[in-house]
Design a protein around this ligand. Structure first.
Ligand SMILES: *[C@@H]1O[C@H](CO)[C@@H](O)[C@H](O)[C@H]1NC(C)=O
Ligand SMILES: *[C@@H]1O[C@H](CO)[C@@H](O)[C@H](O)[C@H]1NC(C)=O
Ligand SMILES: *[C@@H]1O[C@H](CO)[C@@H](O)[C@H](O)[C@H]1NC(C)=O
Ligand SMILES: *[C@@H]1O[C@H](CO)[C@@H](O)[C@H](O)[C@H]1NC(C)=O
Ligand SMILES: *[C@@H]1O[C@H](CO)[C@@H](O)[C@H](O)[C@H]1NC(C)=O
Length: 479
C-alpha cells in the first residue's frame, strides 16, 4: 500500500504546478509587468501565455508536465526504508513550443511576423517548482518572484527528475481530479490491479470508468487472504497463481500468460482452450507428480490453443502421448517425463520447436533411431537432465539423431561408457553445435581420455573441466 501513498504525494506536487497554471495571479508576482494574453490549447489541456509589457515581443508560457514513463521507477530505498517513486517529468516538448509559436503567429501576426522576431520561453524553473498552494508568506514569495533580469531566451527542452518518498497516508487527496487520464494510466502501471481497485474504486464515476478501461494487466495471486478479483478478471492478461487455495479461473478470458504453481487438479481442469483462446505462455507446476487430463494434452499439442508458444509442464511426468498430435505453434517446451520414447514423439509432433528441455524421472527404455533418413528437425536448444542416472549413453546417442541442427546442448547424466565415445557422437551428429554445457559423471573404464585432448576437439569443449574422484570415476563440468 505504500506505493499508493507515493502517488498521492505526486498528486500534491502536480497540484502546485497546476495551481500556478490556473491562478497565476494568486501564486506568483513578477516585477516584469506581464499581461495574460490567452491560453493555448495543447493535447487535452491548456497553457497560459504571458506577454512582457516592457518588451512585447517576449512571451512566457506555463509548463505542461508530461511524465516520461521510460525514466520512471519505483523501488524501496533500503537506506531510508521509504518507497521511492522516481519520475522524470518533461515540462514541455518541441510540439508544445510549436503550438505556442503557431498561436503567436495567428494572434499576434503583425507583431511577430514583422521585422521583430518574437521569443518564447517557459516560466523560469525556480518559480514553477517551488511555489506551493497556500504558501503565502511574503518572505518566501520574495524569493521566487521574477525580476527584470528574466527575459525569454532560446527554449531548451527541460525536464526534472525527482524522487518522492513517503510513509504518510494522511494526505488523501481532493486534487486527484485535476490530472489527465494518461497520467493515471502511467501511474497505474506501477501497481497491482487489486491495490488500484482497492484505492480508487468508488471515488467517483470518472475513476470507475478509468479502472474499467484498463486492460492487459498482470495479476499475482499468492496470499492466502485473497482479495476478490472476479470483477476485473477480464482485464488481466498475465496471471500468476501461487497459493494452495482453490482459484476459479473461469472469468480470466483474456490471458496471454498463465503460471500455475502449486497447481491442483481442479485448477488444471479449468485450463481449456475455448475459455483461454489467447494463451501464449503456459506454466503448470505441481509439487508432486500428477497426470494431465488427456484433453489438455491434446489441446496443447494439437493447436487447441492456437497461439500457444511457450509451455512449461513441471512434474507432469505421466504423459499419454498420441502419435496423431501435431502443433504448429509450439516454440519452447520444458517437461518432466518418465518415458524416453516421448522425446522423439514430441519432436515429431512439434516441427517448429526451437527449445526443448527435459527432466527425466523414469527408467531407461530402448528407443529407435529416426525411421526416415531425411529426418531434419530444426530444434536449436536441447537440455536433458537425468538426476537419478537411469538413462544409458546409448539412449542419449540415439536422441542426438533426432536433433541434428542443435546449436546449444546441455546434458546431465551418468555415462557408463567412455566419455570420449559420447564426445565423438556429439561431433559426428551435431555439426552445428556452438555451445555445450554439461555435468556428466563417467564411470571408471579402460578408455579414459585426457581432458586436454577433449578440450582440443572442438571450440565448444575448450573450457571443459574434469574432476577426478577417489573411486576412479570422473566428473565433467562445463557451464
Ligand atoms: C521593417 O523593416 C523595413 C525596412 O528594413 C521598414 O521599412 C519597416 O517599416 C519595418 N517594419 C516594422 C513593422 O517595423
Ligand atoms: C510460491 O510461494 C512459495 C511460498 O509461499 C515460495 O517459496 C515460492 O518461491 C513461490 N514460487 C514462485 C514461483 O513464486
Ligand atoms: C513465459 O512465462 C515464463 C514464466 O513462466 C517467463 O519466464 C517467460 O519469460 C515467459 N515467456 C514469454 C515469451 O513471455
Ligand atoms: C566445432 O567448432 C567450430 C567452431 O566453433 C564449429 O564451427 C563446428 O561446427 C564445430 N564442429 C562440430 C562437429 O561440432
Ligand atoms: C564416486 O565418488 C563421487 C564423488 O565422491 C560420487 O559422487 C560418486 O557417486 C561415486 N561413484 C561411485 C560409483 O561410487
Amino acid at each position: 500500500m505504500n506505493y499508493i501513498f507515493a502517488i498521492i504525494l505526486l498528486v500534491c506536487f502536480q497540484k502546485s504546478v497546476s495551481g500556478l497554471v490556473e491562478h497565476p495571479s494568486d501564486n506568483w508576482r513578477t516585477d516584469i509587468r506581464t499581461t495574460n494574453v490567452g491560453r493555448v490549447k495543447y493535447e487535452k489541456g491548456e497553457v497560459n501565455l504571458f506577454q512582457n509589457q516592457e518588451k512585447p515581443t517576449s512571451f512566457f508560457f506555463t509548463p505542461f508536465p508530461l511524465v516520461n514513463p521510460s525514466n520512471s521507477k519505483c523501488h524501496t530505498n533500503i537506506l531510508s526504508g521509504y518507497v521511492e517513486l522516481s519520475f522524470a517529468v518533461e515540462l514541455y516538448t518541441s510540439q508544445l513550443t510549436e503550438a505556442v509559436n503557431n498561436y503567436l503567429k495567428e494572434h499576434f501576426s503583425t507583431l511577430c511576423n514583422s521585422n521583430k522576431t518574437c521569443h518564447i520561453s517557459m516560466l523560469p524553473m525556480n518559480v514553477i517548482g517551488l511555489i506551493q498552494k497556500g504558501l503565502r508568506a511574503n518572505k518566501i514569495q520574495e524569493m521566487y518572484k521574477i525580476n527584470q533580469e528574466w527575459f525569454p531566451n532560446t527554449v531548451f527542452l527541460q525536464s526534472i527528475n525527482f524522487p518522492i518518498y513517503t510513509k504518510n497516508e494522511n494526505m488523501l487527496s481532493t486534487h486527484l481530479e485535476d490530472f489527465s487520464n494518461e497520467l493515471f494510466f502511467e501511474i497505474f502501471e506501477y501497481f497491482d490491479i487489486l491495490d488500484i481497485y482497492h484505492s480508487f474504486w468508488g471515488i467517483n464515476q470518472r475513476f470507475n470508468n478509468l479502472l474499467q478501461s484498463l486492460n492487459n494487466l498482470p495479476l499475482i495471486i499468492q496470499n492466502e487472504n485473497l482479495l476478490p478479483f472476479d470483477f476485473c478478471a477480464h482485464q488481466i492478461n498475465r496471471l500468476k497463481i501461487n497459493t494452495t487455495k482453490p482459484i476459479d479461473l473461469t472469468h480470466f478470458s483474456n490471458l496471454h500468460t498463465l503460471e500455475l504453481y502449486n497447481a491442483n487438479s481442479n485448477e488444471i481442469e479449468q485450463i481449456q482452450c475455448n475459455q483461454m483462446s489467447n494463451l501464449v505462455n503456459l506454466t503448470i507446476s505441481t509439487k508432486f507428480h500428477i497426470s494431465l487430463p488427456l484433453e489438455l494434452i491434446h489441446d496443447i499439442f494439437s493447436n487447441g490453443f492456437r497461439l500457444l508458444r511457450y509451455v512449461n509442464l513441471n512434474r507432469l511426468d505421466h504423459f499419454q502421448f498420441n502419435s496423431k498430435f501435431q502443433s504448429l505453434s509450439l516454440n519452447s517446451l520444458c517437461i518432466t517425463c518418465i518415458n524416453s520414447n516421448i522425446i522423439p514423439q514430441i519432436l515429431l509432433a512439434c516441427p517448429y520447436l526451437i527449445r526443448f528441455s527435459i527432466t527425466f524421472f523414469g527408467q531407461n527404455c530402448h528407443i529407435l533411431p529416426p525411421s526416415s533418413p531425411s529426418y531434419n528437425h530444426l530444434l536449436e536448444k536441447f537440455s536433458l537432465f537425468d538426476p537419478y542416472h537411469k538413462l544409458t549413453c546409448d539412449t542419449i546417442q540415439i536422441l542426438l539423431l533426432y536433433i541434428p541442427n542443435v546449436k546449444y546442448l546441455n546434458l546431465q547424466f551418468l555415462c557408463r561408457v567412455p566419455f570420449i565415445n559420447l564426445i565423438e557422437s556429439i561431433l559426428n551428429r551435431l555439426g552445428q553445435l556452438e555451445r555445450f554445457e554439461c555435468d556428466i559423471f563417467e564411470s571408471p573404464n579402460n578408455h579414459m581420455v585426457n581432458v586436454e585432448t577433449i578440450q582440443q576437439m572442438n571450440e565448444s569443449f575448450q573450457y571443459l573441466e574434469c574432476i577426478e574422484n577417489d573411486n576412479g570415476s570422473r566428473r565433467f563440468l562445463l557451464e
